[in-house]
Design a protein around this ligand. Sequence first.
Ligand code: FES
Ligand code: FES
Length: 312
Amino acid sequence: MQERVPQNGTVTVTFTLNGRPATAVAAPFASLADTLRQELGLTGTKIGCEAGDCGACTVLLDGEQVCACLVSTAQADGARVDTVEGTDTTTDRLRAAFLARGAAQCGVCTPGMLMAATDLLAHRPAPSRSEVEDTIGGVLCRCTGYLQIVEAILDAAAATRAELAEAQAENLWPALRQAQDCGSEQHPSAEPVEARAGCAVGKRLPRVDGWPKVAGTDRFGADEAPADALWMRVVRSPHARARFTLGDLAAVQARTAGLVAILTSKAGAGAWRGTLPRRGRAGAGRVAAGGRKRLRSRLAHHLGAGDAVVRG
Ligand code: FES
Ligand code: FES
C-alpha cells in the first residue's frame, strides 16, 4: 500500500464497497468516514464525535463493526467495506423491523445501529437480548431509549413478528426496496398512502419519513454544503494551560494553496463572529452572526481552547 503514496501526499485505495469495486484518493490518514462521505458521497455514515465515542459512524470492515472515524482510509485498502447504503439481506430485514418498531426517530444513530446489528446477526443469527444490548452498546441514541431498537433487532433475528410478516405479505418491503432504487426523493411516503379498508385505523403503520432514515438517504445539515463553501479548521490548544505566540501567519498563508484566511484574536471586528465548531471536527464550521468571539490571544485557558481559525 505504501508504494502507492504519491508525491502530493495522497494515497489511492481500492476496496470493495457494498459489494462493488471502489477507489478513493485521500490523505493517508484521512478517516474512512470522511472519505466515504466527502469523496464517495455516501453520507449515510454519520459523524457525531469523531473520537470513537458515539458510534454514529459505524460501518463493517471485513464484516466487523468499526468506527469509521477511527479507521484511516489507507487501512481499508483491499478490504470489504459495508455501509448502510448496502443491500445486504440481513440489513434489509433490520430495516423492515426498524420501520415496524419505530426504531428510527431522528435517524442519526440509525445507520450505525443497523450496521452493528448486521454484524451481530451475521455471527449470531439468534442472539439473546443481552447480546443485542452488548452489540449496540457502542452506538449512542439520544432519541429512542433503545427499547424499540433492541426489539427491532430481535424481531429481525426471529423474523416471525406479526407486523413484519404482515408487511411482507402486503408487499411493503419490495415497494420500499424499489423506492431506494429510485432514489431518496421518491420513497413511498412521497405518494398518498392508500390502505385497504380495515388496514389503517388502529393499525401500526411505518412512519411516513421512516424510509430515508433506515436507508441512509436522509439528509442532515452536515451532509451537504454549497459547492463554493469554504472549509474551516480550528487550531486548538493541546495543553490545559499554556502561553503561546503566533508566528508569521502571512507566510503560512502565502505558501499554502487554497488557504483563504487565517483568523486570530487580532482579526478585525466582524471578521470572526461565531461559535467555534466542536472539538475534533475538521469539517465545515458554520459561522453564525452575533455569536461570541472565543479565540485566544496569548493564553490558552483550557484544553481545546480555540487559538486560530483557518479557512480555505
Ligand atoms: S463519529 Fe465515530 S464514534 Fe462518533
Ligand atoms: S434515533 Fe435519534 S439518535 Fe437515535
